[in-house]
Design a protein around this ligand. Structure first.
Ligand SMILES: Nc1ncnc2c1ncn2[C@@H]1O[C@H](COP(=O)(O)OP(=O)(O)OP(=O)(O)O)[C@@H](O)[C@H]1O
Ligand SMILES: [Mg+2]
Length: 138
C-alpha cells in the first residue's frame, strides 16, 4: 500500500517524530524510505564564504541523515538518503513529482521559532501541492 515513502527532515524534533512514524509504518508495510534534507541558503552570491557555508551545511546534513540511516537499518527498513539544495518546499514537491511516491511524511513544525503557527510553511506548501497523500506528524 505504501511501497515508496518520501520522508523530509530538517533536524527538528518534529521531523524526528515523523521519521520514527515512517520507520514504524515502513516496517509493517514493507516499504522503502527515501529520506531527504534540503539545504537552504538564504545568503546569495557565489563568494568563497557562501560556498564554504553551503558545504558546511551539507556536511552537517550528511551526518544527520547517516544517523537516520543507521536507525532505519536496525529496523530492517530499506532507506536511501539524499541531500538537495534550494527552497525546501519547492524541492520536496519536485522530488515527489519526479518519482511516484505513495506517501510523504513530514513533521508539523520545523526548526523555525514561530511557534504560534499551527503548521510550518514547508509542510503547508507540500500538503497543498503534492499529488500523493501527505502525513503530517504531530
Ligand atoms: N529544509 C528541509 N528539508 C527537508 N524537510 C524539511 C525542511 N524544512 C522543513 N522540512 C519538513 O517540514 C516539516 C515542517 O517544517 P516547516 O519548515 O514547515 O516548519 P517551521 O520551520 O516551524 O516553520 P517555517 O519554516 O515555515 O518558518 C519538518 O518537520 C520537516 O519534516
Ligand atoms: Mg522551517
Amino acid at each position: 500500500m505504501f511501497q515508496n515513502i518520501l520522508v523530509a527532515v530538517d533536524g527538528s524534533e518534529s521531523a524526528s517524530k515523523a521519521f520514527k512514524r515512517a520507520a514504524y509504518l515502513a516496517q509493517r508495510c514493507n516499504s522503502k524510505i527515501d529520506l531527504v534534507h534540503v539545504v537552504q541558503c538564504e545568503v546569495g552570491g557565489d563568494s568563497a564564504n557562501t560556498f564554504e557555508m553551503i558545504e558546511d551545511l551539507k556536511d552537517k546534513a550528511k551526518r544527520m541523515l547517516e544517523e537516520y540511516r543507521v536507525e532505519a537499518m536496525k529496523n530492517n527498513v530499506p532507506i536511501q538518503i539524499t541531500i538537495m539544495q534550494g527552497d525546501p518546499a519547492k524541492t520536496i514537491i519536485e522530488i515527489a513529482k519526479a518519482k511516484s511516491y505513495d506517501l510523504i511524511i513530514m513533521g508539523t513544525r520545523g526548526r523555525s521559532s514561530f511557534q504560534e503557527l499551527l503548521i510550518g510553511s514547508v509542510s503547508q506548501k507540500v500538503m497543498h501541492h503534492a499529488s500523493c497523500p501527505v502525513m503530517v506528524v504531530r
